[in-house]
Every structure is written in C-alpha cells, then in structure tokens.
Design a binder for this molecule. Structure first.
Ligand code: ASP
Length: 588
C-alpha cells in the first residue's frame, strides 16, 4: 500500500496515529540538524518533520522540489500551528521515508502565483496543473459538469453521443477537415456543433437530448477562444421558446446553487435584442449596473430637441448621425485629468472616437461642460433632464456614425463600470436576450447570412417577409441567448421542422436548390418523415466555468488548451506528417 492517508486529510483527531503518506515535495526547509518539508498531493499539503536521526539520511539521499516521496510516521500536534491550511494543526514526525522518484528542478515555481511565463507553463502543462489555482479550476469544472448532468438527468434528458467525423455543418466558422484514407481525395469535417444530429435525434423521437461535447471551429483566435471547445448541447421536442427558457433557467439556477451556493430566486430578466442594442449598445448586456445608454439622436432623428438648438449651431452634433450619452453616478467631481483620461481612452484605435463631451451636474445644481460655449445653463439642465441625470452625475456624450458610436458607447459604459468598481465577479446577473433578427447583413460578402444558423425558425408572423429581400432586416427569429455579466454563455432557437420552410430559408441565404439538396438533403429528407416541432440550446461550457471561477480566461479551465496561435506547445502540434503518411492519405 502506497499510503494510508492523503496529504489533505490529517487533523487533531489523528494525533498519535501511524500513517503513510505519498506525494510531491513542495518545500524543504533545513534548520540546523532538523528539517521540515511540505508534502503535496491533489488533496492538500501536510508538513513533515525529520528529526536529527533522519536528517543524516537526508544528507546522504537529499530530497528536492517535486520529488515523489513516501513517508511513514506518527501524527503529532504542531507547536507552531498554521491556520491557513486545513492540516495546519498537525504534522507527521517521519520515521522512515522512501524516494519513489527523483525530479529535475521544475522550470517555474509550483505555487498559487508562479514565476513562469505563459509559454513556459503551456510547455510544461503537467507541472502547471499541479498548481493549486489550476487544480481548483479543474475541480470546479468537474463540479459544474456533474451538476449539469444531474439536473438534466432528473428531467429525463439522455446523453447521446454524435460523431466527430462528419460532413461540414455551417455555423458561421471555418471547418477543420480530416483526410480520408479509404476515400482518397475526400475529407471529413469536424463538427462545429452537433446541430443537425441533435435535430435528427428529435426526428427519431428521443425527445430530450444532451451532450457535453467538443466542438471544433477554425477561427482566428482573437479574444480568448479555443479551436476546440466544449458545449453543453441540448435539444427538446414538442416545445415552444417558453419551455426552453424555463427549463434552462432552471438548469442555471441549479448550477449556481449547487456549485457556488448562490440562490437566484427571481425569474431571469428578458430583454429583446432591439432593446439591448438601444439601452446597452450590444446584445450581451452587463446588467450588474445601470448606466443605460440615452439616445439623444439616432440615425439622424433627433430625440432630445435641446441638442439641435445649440447656440450658433454645434457642428459636432449637427453633423453626427447619432448622439448617445450615459450618466455616470457620483462622477461630477471628476478632475480635468480624469475626464482627459476618458477622452484618451475613447480615442484609442479600438474605440475610434474623436472625443468625449462631458457635462458635470454639480451638487449645487449648476452645470459645467466642455460645450459651455454652445449650450446655456438652462439647455444643459434640459439635456440632463432628458438623460435622467441627477445632482452629482457626470454625463458623457459620444457623437458620430451610428454603428461605431453605439459600439463605442457600449464599451465606454463597461469601462466606466470597471472604473467605478461595479463589475464584481461574484455578483451573478444572468438574463435572456430574445427576439434576435433572423438574418444579418454580411458587409464583406455583400449578402444576408443567418444570424444564428440556417436551422433557426423565423417568427411565424414574419415568414411572409421572407418573400421581400428589402425587408430581411425586419425578420425576427425564435432565437435566444443567455447572458451572464456581459458575456454570452449560451444560445439556441426553435427550429424549422418542415421541408418547405427549410428550403425557403436556404433559398433566402442564396443557396441554389441543388446546393441545398447536396449539403442538407439528409436533414430535409428527415423532415419528410414526421419531424416533431423542436428547439434547443447550447452553452459554452469553458466560459461558464471561467465565469463561475471568477476569471476571464477560459484557458485556465481547460486541462490541455491551445495557445493564441492554435498551437499545443507541449505536443508541438500541429506539425508536419511524414511522407509515408501523406502518401497513404493520397495527399501531396
Ligand atoms: N448549435 C448552436 C450553436 O452551437 C446552438 C443551438 O442552436 O442549439 O451555437
């Protein structure tokens, strides 16, 4: 037997017991003729005490960091207790020890905070994973996984596997492809999601499906994405949008409670896509704080009359397509330096504005703004009233082209939320965004594309509009996203389940009948054999875990992730394959 207890187990109640532990040497501290060492495993850390006698043994067979050690000895009460760790009241007085395996000096410190850079830690990921931070993250991931499965299991969902070697499913990204040896010159694609399979399972009558499943998308890896990532993928039959939202709201409440002890007792707020864009400037609003966007002028239409009545005209406003504002609570006393900082922030190329106008609503009822020349005190008061600003608020205004200004204002709102400390990691504020547009215009490709995916059903009352290209932008879908703290963590839709509507959809996307048949004949064929109404959703599992772990990066919640260039630096993949393998696959 290698051990009788693990390194996180011993307490005062074990004092006097003989135990055997096995683990990794975290530290070795020599004090004259005695030595202390911390032994670590997945469960914790236990202090070891080597007396004088054993010390001479340590002299002839020294131990070092990350050595794998087995020790036997007696549990004793520590004179110098450490209340920071659960085993801190006791230590093991070593009677004998055995080095099970020696270790090279690790390239970085295996501690909560390491001195190892990103690339180095990725190369030695197996060492990085020994660090308590990552160990906790993977434990959390496991618990979220278990919690999701338990919830879905009680509702009768079945976990059904779907293939990885498939034909391309368009979900907006590029496919990873795999050459076929047996069918030379032909390729499989790795699934971007199991979308069509889960729909086919509904046609087969399986009613409730889920899978915690890898998905593969060959995208440029901006902003913390992984080429392979995990989804909790779900589908249900005989459901309407309301059923799906309720079922999965329940899932989230269950997971929050189970994993974080957070009780969300209220119904998640629901907001339409249009309202989200109007009030927050994006489709994944962070509602941990208010500071909603005020729409003074939009697409040339003036909502706040005062701004069109500037003294002598104010070119910046007159020429702007759109003017938006936010009221930053309690910021009227910002110094010139602070407001300049905000302006500099907005001028960065990522934000792309030429400036930020501000109006300070002073506590004494007066106003001070960067446009005092153009607006009288009364006019500033009117603008403040339009914006709902109170005494002590700072109004920030952006003006320019609609799309860019709205995007910039959305960012500015988040930035001010950060500066005011209103975006706390432990404050969970989920919501549903509903009524997404069915299509979106792809400026680069000069065509309409599916906003979610082509299997998403338009709202029945909007099907008619599909006959009129000029009205595509008005068509809404039965599609929804779940958003947590400004991050989209899942999305889904009610599906098309009739061949004629699916054909109409492919045609709307500019696909010829032949192309649609060639690519999706299998699905449309299935719809002819009694497809039930159905719908579903999928969650980004990595991101959900990161959010529950209070962190930004999904990478630290994946055991073996890829770096920003899509490389596994530990394996050194992707890499070339040899000539023989190429030949076998019929590749040049
Ligand atoms: N397959 C979709 C996705 O990956 C989710 C869904 O519609 O259920 O985004």
């Amino acid at each position: 037997m290698y051990r009788t207890k693990n390194c996180g187990e011993l307490r005062m109640q074990h004092v006097g017991e003989q135990v055997t532990l096995a683990g990794w040497v975290q530290t070795v501290r020599k004090f004259g003729s005695i030595t202390f060492s911390d032994l670590r495993d997945r469960y914790g850390i236990t202090q070891l005490y080597f007396n004088e006698l054993l010390n001479s043994q340590l002299d002839s067979t020294p131990i070092g960091r990350e050595y794998v050690l087995q020790v036997t000895g007696k549990v004793v009460e520590r004179s110098n207790k450490n209340n920071k760790i659960p085993t801190g009241e006791v230590e093991v007085e070593v009677a004998s020890f055995k080095i099970l395996n020696a270790a090279e000096v690790p390239p970085f410190t295996i501690e909560e905070n390491t001195d190892g850079g990103d690339e180095l830690r990725m190369k030695y990921r197996y060492l990085d994973l020994r660090r308590p931070t990552l160990r906790r993250n993977l434990e959390l991931r496991y618990k979220v996984n278990r919690s999701v499965r338990n919830y879905l299991d009680t509702l009768g969902f079945w976990d059904i596997e779907t293939p990885f070697l498939i034909k391309s499913t368009p979900e907006g990204a590029r496919d990873f492809v795999v050459p076929s040896r047996m069918n030379q010159g032909q390729f499989y694609a790795l699934p971007q999601s199991p979308q069509t399979f889960k729909q086919l399972l509904m046609v087969s009558g399986y009613d409730r499906y889920y899978q915690v499943v890898k998905c593969f998308r060959d995208e440029d890896l901006r902003a913390d994405r992984q080429p392979e990532f995990t989804q909790v993928d779900c589908e249900m039959s005989f459901v309407e949008q309301e059923d799906i939202l309720n079922t999965f709201e329940g899932l989230f409440k269950h997971v929050f409670k189970d994993v974080k002890g957070v009780d969300i007792t209220y119904a998640f707020p629901r907001i339409t896509f249009d309202d989200a864009m109007w009030h927050y400037g994006n489709d994944k609003p962070d509602i941990r704080f208010e500071m909603k966007i005020q729409n003074l002028k939009v697409d040339g239409a003036v909502n706040c009359l005062t701004i069109a009545q500037a003294i002598g005209g104010f070119k910046v406003f007159d020429e702007a397509e759109t003017i938006l504002a936010i009221c930053v609570p309690g910021a009227s006393e910002y110094t010139r330096k602070q407001t300049d900082e905000i302006t500099e922030w907005a001028k960065r190329p990522q934000i792309g504005m030429t400036g930020v106008i501000n109006i300070k609503c002073n506590n004494d009822g007066t106003f001070k703004s960067t446009v005092d020349k153009f607006f009288s005190a009364e006019q500033q008061a009117e603008i403040a009233a339009f914006c709902g600003a109170g005494k002590g608020d700072l109004i920030l205004l952006l003006a320019g082209k609609e799309t860019r200004t709205r995007k910039a204002m959305s960012e500015l709102r988040l930035e001010m939320g950060n500066r005011l400390g209103l975006r706390n990691h432990d404050d969970y504020k989920p919501l549903w965004v509903i009524d997404f547009p069915l299509f979106e215009y792809d400026e680069d490709g000069n065509r309409w594309v599916a906003r979610h995916h082509p299997f998403t059903s338009p709202k029945p009352e909007h099907i008619e509009l599909m006959n009129d290209l000029s009205r595509y932008g008005e068509i809404k879908a039965n599609a929804y996203d779940i958003v947590l703290n400004g991050t989209e963590i899942g999305g889904g839709s009610i599906r098309i389940f009739q061949r004629h509507l699916q054909e109409k959809m492919f045609a709307a996307l500019g696909m010829s009948k032949e192309e649609a048949q060639e690519k999706f004949g299998f699905l449309m064929g299935a719809f002819e054999y009694g497809a039930p109404p159905h719908g579903g959703i999928a969650f980004g599992f990595d991101r959900l875990c990161a959010l529950l772990g209070g962190q930004e990066s999904i990478r630290d919640f994946i055991a073996f992730p890829k770096n920003n260039s899509g490389r596994d630096v530990m394996l050194d993949a992707p890499s070339a394959i040899d000539e023989a393998q190429m030949k076998e696959l019929g590749l040049k």
